[in-house]
Design a binder for this molecule. Structure first.
Ligand SMILES: *[C@@H]1O[C@H](CO)[C@@H](O)[C@H](O)[C@H]1NC(C)=O
Ligand SMILES: *[C@@H]1O[C@H](CO)[C@@H](O)[C@H](O)[C@H]1NC(C)=O
Ligand SMILES: *[C@@H]1O[C@H](CO)[C@@H](O)[C@H](O)[C@H]1NC(C)=O
Length: 416
């Protein structure tokens, strides 16, 4: 273990030594497309303009990190920016939950002032960056789709197109099976969420360089994961639950479901390469289509619609190439990266990595959360802490549970 850790560190040091200039160049280009992540911090005082406290829509420093097009979209869809801000916060929470036991734990910057929310790690085209792009894009898609059905955005509503589907559904052999339910209720508007996420989240990515293609691909992967998790929910009506009439609608699961799926994709992420990555392959690439009726939202019902649709095909119609030619090319739900992750064990100011010093670890676990691995061979320090908790709970008729607050001693371990 120690030997490999040492090698990783050595490699990191070496690559920094030789790539120093390139890194600073990259840093300039790379963060730009993702500055919008800053809307997550919209409510925090230090990120607000001192001139107009409380008004983040007009003058705050957070708002100035949005691009022109993003501001226009926000202006044209009242309520949207709130949903996006909520989505960005859910993405942070979910990322930190998924990585709570890993070397890299998805830390975010407290105060932004033009800095990238997730820090300098996103300067690198590595797995962690891939996950950040996918989860933020997914969370925004999820939040918008839900906000529509909650009535929180003025320009969208419950998705209604299911109601227009034919009553008879043919499925291969048994042609003409009659659907035994009615579409009704309020479906989450994944069409709107998907389309607006593309417009808003992907604005900065033009898809020319490998890095931009990587970002676009991972943003799309996040959205496809959300879209594919739409599930039918039904309710029965009729005399004493006889279910003579069944009404159904489509609903998104809690975001944790999508977080779990994306973490799996992180573990099996696809290492891509740039050689010939410019080849357009409209047959294979993203055979998935935008959810039906996503066109019928306010963003795209304009005269230049056809032109845009063309450009869109171009923008997303690329196939990335795996580094190892024997591997399958990445699919639309795979996360992709092209640079190795840096070592996260030791401090690395150039990449904003704090190292695992002071991280809590589990003395008995043999996984990454165990002290042996988490502390990278530096050992851990036991510490007695007093934990307050509820105890001695008793039930009182009726209906109350009374508990004492107890202090218990507990040993925790933190990395040296
Ligand atoms: C991540 O780890 C750092 C120490 O490396 C710690 O200060 C921070 O609180 C952790 N963040 C989260 C979200 O757990
Ligand atoms: C520590 O790891 C052990 C073994 O994997 C596990 O049973 C235990 O629940 C863990 N403790 C905590 C506090 O996570
Ligand atoms: C629990 O309740 C019993 C009886 O009331 C009391 O003697 C005991 O000290 C309590 N335990 C704690 C940990 O508070």
């Amino acid at each position: 273990m120690q030997v490999t850790v040492f090698c990783v560190i050595l490699l990191t040091v070496l690559s920094h030594y030789t790539l120093g200039d390139e890194l600073t160049n990259r840093a300039k280009n790379r963060g730009k497309g993702s500055m919008w992540w800053g809307v997550a911090k919209a409510g925090e005082p230090n990120n607000l303009s001192p001139l107009s406290p409380g008004t983040f829509y007009s003058g705050s420093s957070v708002h100035t990190t949005l691009r022109k097009k993003q501001k226009r979209i926000a202006r044209e869809n009242p309520g949207l920016l709130d949903a996006i801000s909520k989505g960005a916060n859910i993405a942070i929470q979910e990322c930190q939950h998924q990585f709570r036991n890993e070397w890299w734990n998805c830390t975010t910057k407290q105060f932004l002032r033009g800095k990238n929310l997730f820090g300098k790690i996103v300067d690198r085209g590595c797995r962690e960056t891939a996950f950040i792009y996918a989860i933020t894009s997914a969370a925004v898609t999820h939040a918008i789709a839900r906000a529509c059905s909650d009535g929180a955005i003025e320009t969208c509503n419950c998705e209604s197109h299911y109601k227009n589907r034919p009553q008879v559904i043919g499925n291969g052999n048994s042609v003409g099976a009659v659907r035994d339910f009615e579409w009704g209720g309020c479906s989450d508007n994944i069409g709107f969420g998907f389309a607006v996420s593309r417009e808003f989240v992907d604005t900065g990515e033009r898809g020319k360089s490998l890095r931009e293609k990587m970002n676009l691909h991972n943003n799309e992967a996040g959205r496809w994961h959300v879209q594919s998790q739409m599930k039918k929910e039904c309710k029965c009506h009729g005399m004493s639950g006889s279910c003579t009439v069944k009404t159904c609608w489509m609903r998104l699961p809690p975001f944790r479901v999508i977080g779990d799926l994306l973490k799996d994709r992180f573990d099996g992420a696809s290492h891509i390469t740039s050689s010939n990555s410019g080849i357009h392959n409209s047959n294979k690439a993203h055979s998935n289509r935008l959810p039906k009726h996503s066109k019928s939202n306010s963003l795209m019902t304009n005269s230049i619609h056809a032109k845009r649709e063309n450009r869109r095909k171009h923008k997303y119609g690329f196939q990335l190439k795996p580094l190892n030619p024997e591997h399958k090319p990445p699919g639309s739900k795979d996360l992709v990266y092209y640079e190795m992750s840096p070592g996260f064990c030791e401090k690395n100011p150039k990449l904003g990595i704090p190292g695992t010093y002071g991280r809590q670890c589990n003395e008995t676990s043999i996984g990454v959360d165990g002290c042996a691995i988490m502390c990278c061979g530096r050992g851990s320090i036991p510490q007695e802490v007093i934990v307050k908790g509820r105890c001695n709970c008793t039930f009182h008729w009726c209906c109350e549970v009374k508990c004492d607050i107890c202090k218990t001693k507990k040993i925790i371990h933190t990395c040296a």
